[in-house]
Design a protein around this ligand. Structure first.
Ligand SMILES: [Zn+2]
Length: 140
């Protein structure tokens, strides 16, 4: 049986029945960032704490990516590329998270709709582990 591992440590809680993104909050001015940062981009304070972000937010803007992005950062096989949605989801903490979307059909996406975090398989590494990453999907 293969093991499911996060594509990158420190991005989201995993394994977890209800995974959450891991951000940081500035103890000086309250600015929330994702991914977590050791110093605040708003006031440069280095006093930040880790905070688990809400699993739901609203779709702030989105697009459908029809061509493989430059590699890196995109590491997939160009021949296997399928269009995917990508968007910014605004969370109640006041942070906008850029993330791939589970939908690649423009008819199923609308600015302002409620979105929910999900963690799904991204690919498989050389050892046969499933590498997991986060997406947002329209909330049921
Ligand atoms: Zn700050």
């Amino acid at each position: 049986m293969s093991t499911q591992i996060p594509i990158q440590e420190g991005l989201f809680t995993w394994p977890a029945p209800s995974p959450q993104l891991i951000g940081s909050r500035c103890l000086n001015c309250g600015e929330v960032t994702f991914p977590a940062q050791p110093s605040c981009p708003a006031c440069t304070s280095d006093r930040t704490e880790e905070v688990l972000l809400s699993r739901r937010g609203t779709l702030w803007t989105w697009t459908i990516q029809h061509f493989p992005p430059p590699s890196p950062p995109w590491l997939g096989d160009p021949k296997a590329f399928e269009p995917f949605g990508v968007g910014y989801v605004e969370l109640p903490e006041g942070v906008r998270v850029e993330a791939p979307l589970t939908e690649n059909d423009a008819d199923s996406l609308e600015i302002g709709m409620e979105m929910e975090l999900v963690v799904r398989r991204f690919d498989e590494d050389a050892d046969g582990n499933e590498r997991m990453t986060f997406y947002f999907k329209p909330a049921a």
